[in-house]
Design a protein around this ligand. Structure first.
Ligand SMILES: Cc1cc2nc3c(=O)[nH]c(=O)nc-3n(C[C@H](O)[C@H](O)[C@H](O)COP(=O)(O)OP(=O)(O)OC[C@H]3O[C@@H](n4cnc5c(N)ncnc54)[C@H](O)[C@@H]3O)c2cc1C
Length: 354
């Protein structure tokens, strides 16, 4: 990135095993940033700035440099959240040279439900109005949707001293689920999210239920956007299930003319197919789960494997669905040494083992 990195902050983390933690950070951030690793140090470069992390005396010394105060705050929160996530139940101390200059999360956007309607029998589109939709144009596609408890005035998250998000608790606890911004309507200042209605007998589905019951005027917040850029390549292989369909549709809609795309999309049946507009050329193959032989597993992954066998190294591979199929495709791409910069492989949901 070329922007001047004028906003700086240092931090010190004391994890149980600093070298192991550095490895975890590099392994994770390679999906989101350019990562340069040496024995005891790493440099992470992303759109929001750089993070230099080095091991010294069993500590991780962190230097952040960003082009704005907002970016610095987001960078600090991202590093803090990930460090504590990787630490799990192990002890971790994290402190920063200065406390946060911002008292609120810089990337939180309040939004109000405008309408909700079915696009197909199991895909429900909710349109939200937000004061400023410009942060959602281009770039990252995903958000954390924050849904307040019904009938209560929302309490939105703030920041902890160590940079992590301070989530409201008790009666103010929020439902938090990750979704894709399917489209941004700049003129009407609207954002669209398509929610799969996925019945799960015996378990609650708060994200899907929110969309099912959404009423105009209801308030939510969107945290982001983040994680999952629109891929930029002349040739793209897109594959996924219904949870990935909004992202596949958005990529198809936003690629420049001349982009060649092949898509393999798994849905329940023909009624769940959607027309996907694109300025590029798009060849779609719909897989209908309902027509699979009983007990069939991993069909989407198998079909994607065949498609990967026929592509060249320059083709961007975009794959998202349930965790198990994602593991298969990740392993295949690794064994083929497909360039990591030319792929996005992410699990969007996890099957309940029960
Ligand atoms: C980056 C990203 C982008 C995403 N974008 C979208 C999007 O645009 N639209 C969308 O609908 N989803 C999207 N998802 C998936 C969505 O976050 C999950 O499906 C989420 O679990 C839904 O929350 P819930 O409250 O409805 O169900 P949960 O409370 O999370 O789960 C309840 C039960 O439903 C099962 N379940 C969860 N998701 C599915 C599914 N997709 N199919 C079948 N069973 C499921 C779980 O195994 C569990 O048993 C995205 C996920 C990620 C990580």
């Amino acid at each position: 990135m070329n922007a001047v990195q004028e906003f700086k902050l240092s931090g010190t983390a004391i994890p149980k095993d600093a070298v192991h933690m550095l490895g975890e950070i590099c392994e994770h951030f390679v999906e989101h940033a350019e990562v340069q690793r040496t024995q005891d140090a790493a440099l992470l470069k992303s759109k929001i700035g750089t993070a230099s992390i080095r091991v010294q005396d069993r500590r991780l010394l962190i230097e952040l440099a960003c082009p704005s105060e907002e970016a610095l705050q987001m960078s600090r929160t991202s590093i803090a959240e990930h460090l504590f996530y990787f630490a799990g139940d192990d002890p971790l101390e994290l402190s920063w040279s200065e406390t946060a200059a911002l008292a609120v999360l810089p990337n939180i956007h309040e939004a109000t439900v405008v309408s909700a309607e079915n696009v197909t029998p199991h895909m429900r589109r909710v349109k939200f109005a937000s004061a400023d939709v410009t942060p959602f144009i281009g770039g990252d596609m995903h958000v954390r949707l924050l849904i307040p408890p019904k009938g209560r005035a929302p309490v939105w998250p703030g920041l902890r001293e160590d940079g992590r998000i301070a989530w409201p608790e008790g009666e103010d606890e929020l439902v938090v689920r990750v979704y894709t911004i399917r489209a941004v309507d700049i003129e009407s200042r609207e954002l669209w999210i398509d929610f799969l209605q996925h019945p799960a007998p015996g378990v609650e589905t708060p994200g899907a239920d929110f969309a099912r019951d959404a009423q105009p005027g209801e308030r939510v917040a969107l945290l982001g956007p983040g994680g999952g850029n629109l891929p930029s390549a002349r040739s793209i292989l897109l594959a996924g299930d219904e949870s990935a369909l909004p992202a596949i549709a958005r990529i198809a809609a936003e690629v420049p003319p001349g982009t060649r795309m092949q898509a393999i999309i798994e849905v329940e049946d023909a009624a769940e197919e959607q027309p996907l507009a694109s300025a590029g050329s798009l060849d779609i193959r719909w897989l209908h789960r309902r027509s699979y032989p009983s007990g069939a597993k991993g069909v989407l992954a198998e079909e994607t494997k065949k498609a990967i066998a026929a592509i060249d190294d320059e083709t961007f591979v975009w794959f998202a669905c349930e965790k198990e199929d994602v593991r298969t495709i990740r392993a295949l791409l690794k064994s083929r040494r497909h360039d990591r910069k030319n792929m996005y492989v992410a699990w969007y949901w996890e099957r309940d083992p029960a």
